[in-house]
Write a protein that binds this ligand. Structure first.
Ligand code: SF4
Ligand code: SF4
Length: 1009
């Protein structure tokens, strides 16, 4: 049957002709998008393995697992997505229906099941899009008293897409209804549209008119979308499939846990071989990101799920992960014409891409590039607002450094955008190349580099936590024997008073359960987690290499599965378990909550559960989201007899405590403090105990509770580690004075360790005894000096003492141990950066006192230490060469360092274990610290690569390298006498409306969602 008329022919012809430019614009837009994405750095890790990746793509497509975390949205979006894919068949059918009302696809068009499917599809599209329209309106930022995940999203684009989808869905329904009215059909296939048909005349032309309307809405969509290729709300219909397939983890996991290694030109950057002239050190410009990152930016749907979970955004900071991604996307696409034309700038901002034969900028070629693109190319990726669009930074430093790397954004993003990796990459560039970072981090970096811990405490104090235990803690002395676990105490566990109580509780529980364990004692060095999250990859790798070397020494000869390490800090867990494998260190790492839970299940620990106070549990980000450990700590809370009152945000949607991403060491000036926000949630559960499994979380929440208690809230509430709760309940079942359940009595422990190491009395931590006896037996430490020099890392061994070795110099003169770390010359591996010497490092001077060994010499080394540092902050980039820098410049610092008396060095930043408390005085009163711009390579402002290097003043300047240890508060006072960290200002300082342009009134800082 044919109802083709001159009118339908005309309609069809008009639609066909008009569709030609629409399709051309659409495909040209898609091509520009592909070209732009290809501007990114290569990354060959994203394609294989094909089958697991494809399987994950199909799972996400079919089950919408991430989207379903927001209940209503999940099914509604699924209907719209399927409607778009299958509905495209109905839409293309409209070309034929415009000419001939009775047209349908050959073979399947009049097939019953297909017809039924189209019926369901039309209804599904309309129902789904109406639900999404309602959700968007309910979350509209027009109501400033509630947070909106759509704040900052483009609304005209969203409305346009919603309108097109609605018209498409209605088009399917009305075309079918008008066809039914004319031609009839099965009541089953037309179970809904036959009722609509009752309202329509039996007019064939009406079919063509509805088909053309449907067709035109699609053509307008092609036109607009092709014109605006940054319209993620529309383009994600295509790009999301690729983005999910190419996600970082091929097992379907999200891009959390380990940070992405620092890549350049598609390869993991070997810092010892890296050249700042040709390599990317993180991301300092749009084209430093990988193509996958540019695909990430392209794919963002502006849904704001990430924003709704972000602790920074939720407490009034200027950071929104969504707005950050959008800013990077808009900048990249605005700059793309310049890059595609061949434009490139060096680190000094001078044109090196479009140049004439003399190397001068080729003005003729540059003039052909749109002015907007040229302006965009001159803007720094990270920089403060200057008021001049030509020099404004794309990302404000306040935005970049507000991130706690909690991973909530990554966990929620339905299209697998990898925010945290991008943020860390930008921090890497700021730290390694620009030497621009919050001033507080300078102290952190120095303490880590010189002392091996963030607090700047002496290595010799690492075992103080064990001094008041009723049993002796075995310390590794060169023979691990048949010991099952290496108990990695961590810096917080060794130095921070609250965390020390957790360390003791875990040690006691392991002892009671008869677990055969050892600690490294003074052989531990910070894992480098904070350094890596702060962008200091160089320092992270140095610390990591040192620890890997130590671990390999401990576990020598053991199979990988037998290299067991138990940790109490999730950050250590993540670094050792997930990141050290990137550097060749593979171990079986277990968090103490996992091990203790296993011991309870095995009945090696028998808690006596009495009715206890209600308890709420705070999921540490690096235990939960980053490593998916949610149940073990909760089971321990239950085993201790407590009733668990969950906070509204828990599990994978838990709110960060505010300490991650090196935020622990930074001031918090804007909005409400994150730890207080989390504390408020915990107090609202009316629990008497707030349990957690992370020393940093415990510090932050304790400070939050203290702050609230000062204003009369949360009286009697205590913040504890789950290990302490378990210990209390286990002790209930033990006879007084007897450590029942231990398979090795304290005496056995001592004997075992004595057998393992000849200098047991020096290395064991005597129960409730000072360390002084160690100094009385210097001869016993001698074997340590016989160890062969190690190859990598910081050469902890070699001529210096091995980790954990009780060198006589150390006991006699505690400062000697401090001298050892800086005295170590960079060895093979690690960073070493082409074996050049570190700027400002006086290597020869360091070696001498280390070999001298006696306490006096060590003392000397300690004194000399401060003078050796590179002058101004930054990374000191040990051997990274400055482009074009001349070798002689390096000699200067050596002279300076030996000549410069330590006392002349300025005091470095102190990192306090009570950092939040320090904020009390500052918060709201002091201006946010400006990022310091000292030291490092400082290439950008100095010179263009290849040009004559100016004398590097910073290399010759003396600098403070001696950390100022922050005195931890007395242990007894740790929970009761801590000072409030939260001033609870009635009006928190507003986040600066710049950088990401957070809309004023979009949300009330600190208000809950
Ligand atoms: S990692 Fe956490 S703090 Fe950082 S942007 Fe994502 S949600 Fe916000
Ligand atoms: S980054 Fe992901 S979660 Fe955030 S707005 Fe974009 S698509 Fe949504």
């Amino acid at each position: 049957m044919s109802d083709v008329t001159s009118v339908t022919l005309t309609l069809g012809t008009i639609a066909a002709v008009l569709s030609i430019p629409c399709w051309i614009i659409f495909f040209s837009g898609a091509w520009r998008m592909v070209q732009t994405i290809r501007l990114g750095q290569p990354d060959g890790t994203r394609l294989f393995p094909i089958l697991p990746r494809f399987k994950q793509l199909m799972v996400e497509f079919a089950a919408h697992t991430r989207m379903n975390k927001f209940r209503t949205v999940g099914w509604a979006h699924w209907l719209v997505m399927v409607g778009f894919l299958l509905g495209s068949a109905a839409w293309l059918e409209a070309y034929g229906e415009a000419f001939n009302p009775h047209f349908h696809w050959p073979f399947i068009g009049d097939w019953g099941p297909w017809s039924f499917l189209m019926e369901v599809l039309g209804i599904g599209i309309v129902v789904g899009i109406i639900a999404l329209i309602i959700i968007r309106q309910r979350n509209h930022p027009r109501r400033p008293d509630r947070m909106s995940r759509f704040a900052g999203s483009s609304f005209w684009q969203a409305y346009f897409v919603e309108a097109v989808v609605l018209v498409e869905g209605l088009g399917v329904i009305f075309v079918r209804a008008s066809k039914y009215a004319v031609y009839g059909g099965s009541n089953v296939e037309y179970f809904f549209t036959r009722w609509v048909a009752e309202l329509l005349p039996a007019e064939p032309l009406l079919v063509s008119i509805f088909a053309v309307i449907k067709l035109f809405s699609g053509l307008i969509w092609l036109l607009i979308v092709g014109r605006y290729i940054t319209m993620g709300v529309a383009w994600h219909r295509f790009s999301a499939f690729f983005n999910i397939y190419f996600k970082r983890e091929d097992d379907g996991g999200v891009a959390l846990g380990a940070a992405k290694p620092m890549m350049s030109n598609g390869q993991v950057l070997e810092l010892e071989e890296a050249d700042p002239e040709t390599d990317s050190f993180g991301a300092g410009k749009a084209e430093d990101f990988s193509w996958k990152a540019l695909l990430d930016f392209t794919t963002c749907t502006e849904c704001g799920r990430c924003q709704s979970q972000c602790p920074a955004w939720n407490t009034g900071k200027p950071l929104s992960p969504k707005l950050l991604i959008l800013a990077l996307r808009d900048h990249t696409y605005a700059k793309a014409p310049y890059l595609l034309a061949g434009g490139r700038k060096d680190m000094a901002g001078e044109e090196i891409g479009l140049v004439d034969s003399d190397g001068n900028p080729d003005e003729a070629k540059l003039a052909k590039i749109p002015e907007d693109a040229r302006i965009e190319a001159g803007r720094p990726l990270v920089g403060e607002s200057t008021g001049d669009p030509a020099t404004d930074g794309i990302i404000d430093p306040e935005v970049l450094w507000s991130c706690t790397t909690c991973g909530a954004c990554v966990e929620q993003c339905p299209v697998d955008i990898e925010h945290v990796d991008h943020i860390i990459d930008m921090r890497r560039y700021q730290v390694l190349i620009e030497s621009s970072f919050p001033s507080e981090l300078a102290g952190l970096f120095k303490n880590l580099e010189v002392k091996g811990n963030p607090w700047g405490q002496n290595a010799g104090d690492r075992l103080k936590w064990a001094e008041d235990l009723s049993f002796e803690v075995p310390v590794y002395e060169g023979d691990f024997g048949d010991t099952e676990y290496l108990f990695w105490v961590g810096c917080a566990g060794a130095y921070e008073d609250r965390a020390k109580r957790t360390t003791r509780a875990v040690a006691e529980l392991l002892h009671i359960a008869g677990v055969n364990f050892m600690v490294l004692g003074t052989g531990e060095t910070c894992t480098g987690d904070s350094a890596r999250r702060a962008g200091n990859e160089l320092l992270f790798q140095t610390l990591a290499q040192q620890n890997i070397e130590t671990f390999n020494d401990v576990f020598e000869g053991r199979a990988e599965k037998q290299r067991k390490i138990v940790v109490t800090c999730p950050h250590c867990y993540n670094a050792i378990g997930n990141e050290y494998p990137q550097l060749g260190g593979d171990y079986e790492v277990v968090h103490h909550t996992q091990l203790l839970n296993r011991l309870v299940r095995d009945k090696r620990l028998i808690p006596v559960a009495e009715p206890a106070d209600n308890t709420t549990y705070h999921d540490p980000c690096y235990l939960g989201r980053h490593n998916k450990i949610y149940e073990a700590p909760r089971e321990l809370v239950a085993a201790s007899g407590a009733t668990l009152n969950e906070m509204p945000r828990h599990g994978e949607r838990s709110l960060c405590c505010g300490a991650g991403g090196a935020r622990m060491w930074m001031e918090e000036h804007l909005g409400k403090r994150v730890n207080v926000e989390r504390t408020d949630e915990a107090l609202a559960t009316e629990a008497k105990k707030i349990a957690t499994g992370c020393p940093f979380c415990r510090v932050m929440l304790s400070d939050g509770v203290t702050a609230r208690q000062e204003s009369g809230q949360g009286e009697g509430v205590e913040v504890v580690d789950v290990a302490m709760m378990l210990l209390d309940s286990v002790k209930r079942g033990l006879p007084d004075t007897v450590t029942v359940g231990s398979k090795r009595s304290p005496a056995k422990v001592a004997v075992a360790a004595a057998t393992a190491a000849p200098k047991t009395t020096a290395s064991m931590v005597p129960a409730e005894a000072p360390a002084a006896p160690a100094s009385e037996e210097p001869a016993k430490a001698a074997p340590a000096a016989k160890k062969a020099p190690a190859k990598g890392g910081l050469q902890m061994k070699g001529a210096k003492k091995a980790p954990g070795k009780a060198a006589p110099a150390k006991a006699a003169a505690p400062e000697a141990s401090e001298a050892e770390t800086p005295a170590k010359a960079p060895a093979k591996g690690g960073l070493q950066m082409k074996a050049k010497k570190a700027p400002g490092k006086a290597a020869p001077a360091k070696a001498a006192p280390a070999k001298a060994a006696p306490a006096d010499a060590a003392e000397e080394a300690s004194q000399a230490t401060p003078a050796k540092a590179p002058a101004k902050g930054g990374l000191q980039m040990k051997a990274v060469k400055k482009p074009g820098a001349k070798a002689p410049a390096k000699a200067a610092p050596a002279k300076e360092s030996s000549a410069e008396p330590a006392s002349a060095a300025p005091e470095p930043e102190a990192i306090s274990s009570e950092a939040p408390a320090d904020d009390t005085a500052d918060s709201g009163a002091s201006a946010p610290p400006k990022p310091i711009r000292t030291g490092g390579l400082q290439m950008k402002a100095k010179k263009a690569p290849g040009k004559a290097a100016p004398a590097k003043a910073s290399l010759a300047e003396p600098a403070a390298d001696e950390p100022v240890p922050a005195e931890p508060a007395p242990e007894e006072a740790s929970t009761t006498e801590e000072k409030a960290s939260e001033p609870a200002p009635s009006t928190p300082p507003a986040a600066k409306p710049r950088g990401l342009a957070m809309r004023p009134g979009a949300k009330k800082p600190g208000s809950k969602q």
